[in-house]
Design a protein around this ligand. Structure first.
Ligand SMILES: *[C@@H]1O[C@H](CO)[C@@H](O)[C@H](O)[C@H]1NC(C)=O
Ligand SMILES: [Zn+2]
Length: 425
């Protein structure tokens, strides 16, 4: 083959690859249905759908009986779905007949790349490398206080980058904050970076104490490949990007090695709650768990940020049995949801994962609590509430600050109560 010809072929291959990666998932004419199972049989029908079909995207986990379940349904799948719901006599409502249009109506606002002179802020969402650049700047600007940490690696070779903050200059009891393990839940990493900024700059006495009393480990992006993919290709992507036979990705919050895949997860690679082929099959959870294990004994409080529905949750997800220190979990839960409500009247509910939302084995908080002796572990499902927007993962950018402010209020109260109960000693 001549040089020019092979060069040309190579060029064509690059063009083809670029063409593939530039293709964006669209949800034109997809419908959004809200269904509600009134009994166990109907719930089983929804669960079966959730674990089997990637033509139906579940925006909520399949809840306990009586809770709403929103589904984004591919046009070709609508007749089948309606027949299945009809046969099972499951009540449903059509909420949107064009999900793409509904999504486009939310003013999400993403930072424009390379806009000169604009400081990192919370009036917009950011792409991964913008946030990573900001974290690197923080480490340079705050020597002795901010240290870059690598919580792990991703399938596509990225770093799970975060910061360790020692505001007092000394090692203190540890709080670990992990966000963004589910790629499409954009408010979670935005709130995590807001908290980093407040820990470093706030003049409010309670926040200054929060920064000084503890050593903080904050990872805004626990699933970087997935997050990048939500920007480049599919805004509703949830999982990692590991290729499996017919579909991509495992649910990194169903992949941790603690009662892995016992309940509330799927064995189908096309499901959004695919547990993976084995516990810690995902390099993201494997490497992050190794990092956490290296900190064993140093972390007393673990916080995982998700969206949406306004829940505060604690272990366990795999069983309705309650943790032995559930009385303390309840005390901390009570003060934390009271505090989240104070500023803007935002209502959170919750409790133990299994009963408050749905059985779900293999989550990070359960692993931290169940295997690492982290005696206080919580998961926030941030704004919006489950009934306010049809596509709750797209929280308008104007709500990043209020959602984060009330979260910080809640975490201040949480840490103080965990401290009162003696867990930091
Ligand atoms: C920080 O420590 C002080 C002094 O021990 C304590 O009174 C306060 O409640 C702590 N604040 C938080 C948020 O942990
Ligand atoms: Zn989530």
């Amino acid at each position: 083959m001549s040089l020019t010809k092979s060069l040309l072929l190579a060029l064509l291959a690059v063009v083809a690859l670029a063409g593939v990666s530039a293709e964006r998932a669209r949800y034109d004419n997809y419908r959004l249905y809200k269904a509600n199972a009134e009994n166990a049989e109907q719930l089983a029908v929804l669960k079966q759908l959730e674990s089997s079909s990637d033509s139906i995207l579940f925006l909520d986990g399949v809840h306990i009986v009586g809770a709403d379940v929103k589904m984004v349904v591919a046009p070709h799948k609508v007749p089948d779905l309606l027949e299945i719901l009809g046969k099972a006599e499951i009540k449903y409502l059509l909420q949107s007949s064009d999900v793409q249009k509904t999504m486009d109506e939310t003013d999400e606002k993403v930072a424009i790349k390379g806009r000169a002179g604009e400081a990192y802020n919370w009036a917009q969402y950011y792409e991964l490398d913008d946030t990573y650049a900001w974290l690197q700047t923080l480490a340079i600007e705050n020597p002795g206080v901010v240290t870059l940490i690598e919580g792990g690696k991703t399938y596509q070779g990225r770093s799970i980058l975060g910061v360790k903050i020692t505001k007092s200059g000394k090692e203190k009891p540890g709080i670990f904050l992990e966000a963004g393990i589910h790629a499409r839940e954009w408010i979670a990493p935005a709130a995590a970076t807001y908290i980093i900024n407040q820990l470093l700059t706030s003049e409010v006495e309670a926040v200054k104490q929060l920064a000084e009393n503890y050593t903080w480990y904050v990872l805004p992006h626990a699933n970087p490949d997935g997050y990048v993919y939500t920007h480049t290709t599919d805004r509703l992507w949830r999982k990692t990007r590991t290729p499996y036979q017919s579909c991509f990705g495992a649910d990194p919050n169903r992949n941790w090695a603690f009662h892995w895949n016992e309940v509330g997860a799927s064995s189908n690679p096309c499901s959004d709650t695919y547990a993976g082929p084995s516990a810690f099959s995902e390099i993201e959870t494997l490497s992050l768990s190794n990092y956490l294990a290296s900190l064993k004994g140093k972390i007393q409080l673990y916080i995982s940020l998700h969206a949406y529905s306004q829940y505060l949750l604690y272990p366990y997800g795999h069983t309705g049995d309650l943790p032995d220190n559930v009385a303390d979990f309840k005390k901390v839960y009570d003060v934390s949801i009271a505090a989240v409500n104070k500023r803007y009247g935002t209502t959170y509910t919750g409790g133990n994962i299994y009963d408050a939302i749905y059985p779900a084995a293999g989550a990070s908080v359960d692993w931290a609590y169940g295997t690492q002796d982290v005696r206080m572990a919580f998961c926030y499902e941030l704004r919006p509430s489950s009934n306010s927007f049809v596509t709750g993962f797209k929280l308008p950018a104007a709500q990043i600050v209020p959602a984060s402010e009330e979260l910080l209020d809640s975490i201040v109260a949480m840490a103080a109560e965990v401290n009162n109960l003696g867990y930091f000693n």
